[in-house]
Design a binder for this molecule. Structure first.
Ligand SMILES: CC(C)(COP(=O)(O)OP(=O)(O)OC[C@H]1O[C@@H](n2cnc3c(N)ncnc32)[C@H](O)[C@@H]1OP(=O)(O)O)[C@@H](O)C(=O)NCCC(=O)NCCS
Length: 203
């Protein structure tokens, strides 16, 4: 098991062309709550997100770091500090070196390539620094935009979990996407996204 997965207390701040992507902290609680309570955003997210206070999310993020089971970040614009995205890897299995990817962008920032930019940085850190072998993402049927983000990064469709999630609209399928470390290392994966500085440690 890589040392990074055994002592996961060092979570970096990642920098991309337009974003600073820092570990979740208490001061992010209000922005996270506003994000997850927006119906256009939570439509395709796990049901409990829309009910929980931002502070609960922050506490879970902290626990994830302490236990080495999850690393959640908040991405803000470098120029204005404006909140853009919640993104992270969770459900980390240290033995299998696998984790699940999650992300959501503030409604006012959709369609500007921010998800692609931030998810690229977090996947790159997860594969190269944290030492994951496999990153998985589960997308509800109908969420074409999220699927497009994953496909652009090189995630491959691996199958469908039928009626795996219950929402206000009834049961829905989950499509599973996966990416392996070897596939990520191929340079074509990072096309069009400036990752200079990603992986630098905070402070
Ligand atoms: C999914 C989400 C994160 C995308 O964020 P974003 O910053 O707008 O995404 P990007 O701008 O990086 O990329 C969107 C891609 O989808 C494409 N797209 C936009 N609308 C589309 C549509 N209706 N069908 C297919 N593709 C679409 C865009 O063209 C772009 O691809 P391109 O760069 O090749 O042109 C955002 O919509 C969101 O937060 N949704 C709610 C939460 C969610 O669904 N999270 C993911 C759970 S698995």
């Amino acid at each position: 098991m890589p040392r990074s997965l055994r002592s996961p207390d060092r979570v970096p701040t990642l920098r991309t062309a337009r974003l600073t992507i820092a570990p979740v902290r208490s001061s992010d609680a209000d922005d996270l709550e506003a994000l997850f309570h927006d119906p256009r955003v939570h439509r395709y997210l796990p049901y409990e997100r829309r009910l929980e206070p931002g502070g609960t999310f922050v506490a879970r993020a902290r626990r994830g770091v302490q236990e080495g089971t999850g690393f959640r970040f908040v991405g803000r614009r470098r120029d204005s500090g404006e909140f853009v995205i919640s993104v992270g890897v969770f459900a980390i299995d240290r033995w299998d070196r696998s984790g699940e990817l999650g992300y959501a962008v503030a409604r006012s920032q959709w369609g500007r390539g921010y998800a692609t930019e931030a998810v690229t940085a977090v996947v790159d850190w997860s594969m190269r620094r944290l030492g994951l072998h496999r990153v998985e993402a589960r997308v509800q049927w109908g969420n074409a935009v999220s699927q497009r983000v994953l496909e652009r990064l090189g995630f491959r469709p691996e199958g469908t979990l039928r009626d795996a999630v219950l929402s206000s609209r009834g049961f829905n399928d989950l499509r599973v996407f996966g990416l392996l470390a070897d596939e990520w290392r191929r340079p074509a994966r990072r096309r069009r996204v400036n990752l200079s500085g990603a992986g630098r440690r905070a402070g």
